[in-house]
Design a protein around this ligand. Structure first.
Ligand SMILES: [Fe+2]
Length: 442
């Protein structure tokens, strides 16, 4: 026993030296071996091991004259910022914050760039610093992930023209997205609208990332904003209630409005196609109440100066409030006999309107669209292409309904507007131009 005491003392001494001297020195050496990461938060950012991986985005959302929302996702919790500028260097930085706290410990990043100059091209770069340890008085950051800068252009009311591409019912098919967007690859577009049912039933974050966010990032959304319209399928599935975390709109809702050049765009959320009491929804839907709220918003919206004074008022909604079969529809391009649910459902309801949610949309939204003197309604949902001439008293404006796979063929709707006219070009996914239409300013 006497011989072991010196050995124990030597071990304790060695452990003390390791803990107090060698270990901190090695940590310091490791820190100095990798460069300090430039950040807006000062020297507490330390280089770590692996940077977070950017798994989706950046994708542009909620475009405006003086602002743009940049969204992206990382595979690790991190804090994030956007470096941007109208020219090099990217000497502006923006973060997202709520209630005095800069967002941290998140994987879905949403940064609004504000105070921008209308009609101006910007370069931007997204950055995400991993949060390794989050203590009350000290946060340890890992390395920063970033990507090569991309560009976008702010909208402007002074724009003479605006060009918009509309896809609908792609049902998470990246092949359909690519085929339709390839039809316009040589033409400039200011916005790309996904007019509902971009996904099937929403079951997981992985589905949203792989089936929607990654394809749109690759195809266009780094440089051209995605305007998201919710479809009925995206109101289904156990992840449907989280979908709002992955998109950004001007007011945080699925119904909203914005201006782009001569056009005031209104996006409506038509909700589900069946009545709330349908067994399909297990008693968990209240779209009737939601549409009441939306109706009140729309009634205020059509009285706004932006709405009334725009050269054109164009409305997007996923489900058509009228039958998508009209006299002006092109037979053979998808127009067929209305399904059972599309047949007349009551003496007060015009022929061709539908039951359930679509009838509720008709009753609550259609009178306001007439009252507001809407110039054009763009719908989807039936997967059957149709163009409806105005039908006074029912819809005083033309309506175009995009086609879709399975029941018809997917179509690309291209809208080019200036102060005097809207040109519409509807092209089938195989490249055949179905129709060209012109809407003159009233
Ligand atoms: Fe649909």
């Amino acid at each position: 026993m006497k011989e072991k005491e010196p050995v124990m003392k030597r071990r304790r001494f060695a452990m003390t030296v390791w803990a107090l001297v060698l270990c901190p020195l090695m940590q310091l050496a490791a820190t100095q071996a990798t460069a300090q990461v430039e950040s807006p938060y000062g020297p507490k950012y330390k280089a770590g091991k692996e940077p977070p991986r950017i798994i989706a985005g950046p994708y542009l959302q909620s475009p405006a004259d003086d602002s743009m929302t940049v969204m992206w996702m990382t595979d690790k919790n991190s804090t994030a910022w956007v470096e941007y500028g109208a020219k090099e260097p990217l000497d502006h930085k923006a973060v997202s914050e709520h209630d005095g706290l800069i967002d941290a410990n998140t994987r879905v990043h949403r940064v609004r760039l504000s105070g921008l100059t209308p009609g101006t091209q910007y370069r931007y770069r997204v950055c995400s610093a991993e949060i390794v340890d989050f203590q009350p008085s000290s946060v340890t950051f890992g390395t920063t992930a970033t990507l090569a800068p991309a560009t976008f252009k702010t909208l402007s009311k002074q724009m003479d023209k605006v060009s918009v591409l509309v896809l609908n019912d792609v049902h998470e098919s990246s092949e359909t997205m690519r085929a339709l967007l390839d039809l316009a690859k040589d033409e400039r577009a200011d916005l790309v609208v996904f007019n509902g049912d971009s996904l099937g039933h929403v079951e997981s974050e992985d589905q949203i990332v792989r089936r929607l966010l990654q394809p749109v990032t690759e195809l266009f959304a780094k440089t051209t904003p995605l305007v998201y319209v919710r479809g009925n399928h995206e109101a289904r599935g156990k992840w449907a209630r989280m979908l709002r975390d992955y998109v950004a709109t001007p007011n945080g809702k699925y119904y909203y409005s914005f201006d782009a050049g001569p056009v005031h765009f209104v996006v409506l959320d038509t909700g589900e196609d069946k009545e709330d009491s349908h067994p399909y929804y297990s008693g968990l839907n209240n779209f009737a109440g939601y549409r009441d709220e939306e109706k009140q918003w729309l009634a205020r919206e059509i009285e706004t100066r932006a709405f009334r004074e725009a050269s054109f008022r164009v409305v997007f909604m996923h489900m058509p409030p009228f039958s998508a079969r009209g006299e002006g529809s092109r037979r053979g391009a998808g127009a067929q006999t209305p399904a059972r649910s599309q047949r007349p459902a009551g003496s007060q309801r015009p022929a061709g309107t539908q039951r359930g949610g679509t009838a509720d949309c008709f009753e609550k939204f259609a009178p306001l669209l007439n009252k507001g003197k809407v110039d054009l309604l763009i719908t989807a949902h039936t997967h059957r292409y149709a163009y409806l001439e105005p039908k006074p008293g029912e819809h005083d404006y033309p309506m175009v309904n995009g086609g879709g796979p399975n029941k018809g063929r997917a179509t690309l709707i291209r809208l080019d507007a200036d102060k005097n006219r809207i040109e519409l070009t509807m092209t089938r996914d195989d490249g055949e131009v179905l129709e060209k239409r012109e809407i003159r300013r009233k």
